[in-house]
Design a protein around this ligand. Structure first.
Ligand code: FAD
Length: 404
């Protein structure tokens, strides 16, 4: 029987076409090479070239700078499809869609947009974001990165840790203290050309997963920052710029959730195909009710996370920023669902699930990093809990987006 209603999150024809394009690129170019990038820890150049050829890098950048001017829903569609095949490759798109170019587009001057957005839209260069430091990860307001005045501009001294793609990027969005800043007051952000004098790539981390895209340590020693390179100035009298930057991270958090959902979807599909082919005692294991219950739990958690993400994305509107509470809920649900689904997929494949020759263990290792990046699950829970105990509910009418 027909359900009799319409799906409020149904994709438009254009969105469906975008999904198909991303899926075709992912299945043709990412799936066959994902294991290679993982085993060798090489930068997934083939994925980069394929995304560039398909014109996928520019989808969220305004037409004026060579992009297509789409929003968070479309970004999530592409990220989900790419991560369904390979999360390391999807991260390249995440850094463009929801990283520095998006911040420059929403918060930057015309000069910054003209300098960097055409490069991002065409896929000519990668971008990275330097927020975390060795002593300031979750407690980001303890950061030491600092600007000192130099003529009309500044000098930047900073050591940023875990900068995804920092070894390959053309520019880095660096969160830092403006002169006179203490605590969360006076924190702003600047865009640094990584070929500038004083920038050094101190090393890359050796990781469990996401091995195609390295996390770099970047040192900035007295790097000159021109006035036009300031994305958002910090005022030592208040923390308004810091709050704006934190709110803008919601784009990245939604992208992180989309990648988790994509990787979990890929693992679920792989496990279901395997269950229909694998026979034990003459019967496909898909017929075992105990295993069907696992699949039911996997699909239910995944769909719940997807719905939370869709709500956060749709609340953002075509050019807005996803709201904080709904985003934190979506990231938490997607991180936990992906951990559960990928883990159960390994179990359903038995011994083969544990082998690096099958893709589900790679997906598990990859999404594990996404539960830490862009604000850990615990930090999301802190925020959700602090809101709920104050009586705020999801999509609360009292909520106001500071960026709109
Ligand atoms: C794959 C990956 C990619 C990353 N990419 C980037 C990037 O591109 N740019 C960038 O700047 N950073 C990046 N990071 C860094 C990431 O943002 C930090 O690792 C993260 O914010 C946690 O900081 P930390 O590692 O210092 O852990 P800590 O802050 O030291 O936390 C350690 C543990 O304590 C918990 N914890 C901390 N404070 C609280 C609290 N108040 N309540 C409850 N629990 C708490 C944490 O959740 C965690 O479990 C990346 C990390 C990973 C894993």
């Amino acid at each position: 029987m027909d359900a009799g209603g319409t799906d409020p999150f149904a994709e438009t024809d254009d969105q469906q076409a975008l999904r198909q394009l991303a899926r075709d690129v992912a299945e043709r170019e990412l799936t066959p090479n994902a294991r290679h990038w993982d085993e060798t820890e090489e930068f997934p150049q083939g994925s980069w070239d394929a995304l560039r050829k398909a014109d996928l890098f520019g989808i969220t950048i305004t037409e004026k700078y060579g992009g297509m001017g789409m929003g968070d829903v479309e970004a999530a569609i592409v990220l989900e499809e790419l991560a369904r095949a390979d999360v390391s490759s999807a991260i390249l798109a995440q850094l463009i869609f929801n990283g520095p170019p998006r911040a420059i587009e929403h918060l930057g001057s015309d000069a910054l947009k003209e300098r960097w957005l055409p490069m991002a839209a065409s896929g000519e260069g990668l971008f990275c974001i330097g927020i975390s430091e060795t002593e300031a990860g979750s407690a980001v307001n303890h950061m030491r990165a600092r600007l000192t005045a130099d003529g009309d501009g500044y000098r930047l001294n900073a050591y940023k840790n875990y900068v995804t793609g920092g070894h390959k990027a053309a520019a880095c969005l660096v969160w830092c203290r403006f002169p006179g800043s203490e605590g969360s007051k006076g924190i702003g952000a600047v865009v640094v050309d990584l070929t500038s004098d004083g920038v050094t790539m101190a090393g890359t981390h050796v990781k469990m997963g996401l091995r195609g895209t390295s996390e770099a340590e970047l040192a900035f020693d007295d790097v000159y920052v021109a006035p036009e390179d300031v994305l958002l100035p910090g005022d030592p009298a208040d923390s308004e710029s810091f709050k704006t930057l934190i709110a803008h991270i919601n784009h990245e958090r939604c992208g992180n959730a989309a990648m988790c959902i994509g990787a979990a979807q890929g693992s679920l599909e792989y496990a279901v195909r395997y269950m229909n082919e694998r026979t034990v005692g003459g019967r496909p294991i898909a017929e075992l009710q105990g295993l069907q219950w696992k699949v039911a739990d996997m699909a239910t958690q995944l769909e719940g996370a997807r719905l939370l993400l869709l709500r956060a994305l749709h609340l953002a509107g075509p050019q807005g920023t996803p709201p904080a509470l709904e985003t934190a809920m979506a990231k938490t649900a997607a991180n936990l669902a992906a951990k559960f689904v990928c883990d159960e997929a390994i179990q359903l494949l038995g011994g083969y699930g544990y082998s690096r020759e099958y893709p589900v263990e790679r997906a598990y290792r990859d999404i594990r990093g996404l539960c830490i990046g862009a604000g850990t699950v615990e930090i999301q829970r802190n925020f959700v809990g602090s809101q709920v105990v104050r009586g705020k509910t999801s999509a609360s009418p009292g909520w106001r987006n500071p960026l709109v």
